[in-house]
Design a protein around this ligand. Structure first.
Ligand code: PMP
Length: 286
């Protein structure tokens, strides 16, 4: 498969960056994951808008234009024959040979690093996990305070996934002051009666591109949405729960810690939203 590194397409095994790259030394970089359905990019504009916001928050200069990014995404999808899957994009602050300093280098002397690669994921839309739903555990949210910036500092979410795995679950929801913030790599929702409840965007969570689209589709379908914080206790007593992300779309949650939700099977609201999300996303994919 072909990857992209700073202007060059090359075989994945030959795709390399410097040991002095601040992405490697300090997690000084941001990323985006855009899903591919039917060979097309889902919500590309949304992902690039968030990328620009993340870069601006960290004072990293965007190395290429949005049009060039679109062209690179499409080139990789075509070269790698991706029908269903994802495109991963990362931009770091770069790093000069021999340098390791907490202070940022002068952007004029140190160009940012841009890398992209693809992953084929056949069955993304027809994911069997959506039929059974996923089980989650709750863990403390001990991440930093700027979770709205999509940085590559993913060690704790990665540990959370491992904690879930060793507990025999699929994923973890993080909890702060009794309230659910989000999943390790997704936004969290509960359903009480007909009402869909999810935490509003703030520096405490990543504002999901899928989240924005799902809430819009829910409102267009006259479903009731409340953007507010909810506690872990409320979640365990909810009729349904689900998560959203670029690669899982809408994924029903059927168990939180040792509590089964509703009938212990995917709920009607989550299933309906998943169907709507996939149908609508396909229509606007580019
Ligand atoms: N929250 C976190 C912490 C995430 O890592 C992700 C996915 N990267 C999301 C939410 C969902 O965002 P999106 O819908 O844009 O994939």
């Amino acid at each position: 498969h072909t990857a992209y590194v700073n202007g060059t397409y090359l075989p994945e095994a030959e795709a390399k960056v410097s040991i002095f790259d601040r992405g490697f030394l300090m997690a000084d970089g941001v990323y985006e994951v855009t899903s591919v359905l039917d060979g097309k990019l889902v919500d590309f504009d949304g992902h690039i808008a968030r990328l620009e916001r993340s870069l601006a928050a960290l004072d990293i200069v965007k190395p290429v234009t949005k049009d060039e990014l679109l062209q690179i995404h499409r080139e990789l999808v075509a070269r790698n024959g991706i029908d269903e899957g994802l495109v991963y994009l990362q931009i770091t602050r770069g790093g000069a040979p021999g340098d390791r300093d907490f202070a940022f280098p002068d952007p004029g002397t140190t160009p940012p690093t841009l890398v992209l690669f693809t992953q084929s994921k056949p069955g993304l839309a027809d994911n069997p996990a959506a039929q059974t739903g996923i089980r989650i555990i709750s863990i403390d949210d001990i991440r930093w305070g700027r979770r709205d910036i999509k940085t590559v500092q993913l060690l704790y979410p990665s540990m959370g996934k491992m904690m879930a795995k060793s507990a025999g679950a699929d994923d973890a929801w993080m909890v702060e002051d009794g309230y659910v913030t989000e999943g390790t790599s997704n936004n969290a929702y509960i359903v009480q009666g007909n009402q869909i409840i999810t935490r509003p965007p703030s520096s405490e969570i990543l504002s999901g591109i899928t989240r924005t689209a799902v809430l819009r589709f829910a409102e267009e379908a006259q479903m009731e949405v409340a953007e507010r914080k909810f506690t872990l206790e409320e979640a365990k007593a909810a009729d349904e729960a689900f998560v959203t992300s670029a690669t899982t779309f809408v994924m029903p949650v059927v168990q939180i810690d040792d509590v089964a939700l509703g009938a212990g099977t995917p709920g009607p609201v989550a299933q309906r939203l998943r169907k709507i999300y996939i149908e609508e996303s396909l229509k606007t994919a580019i």
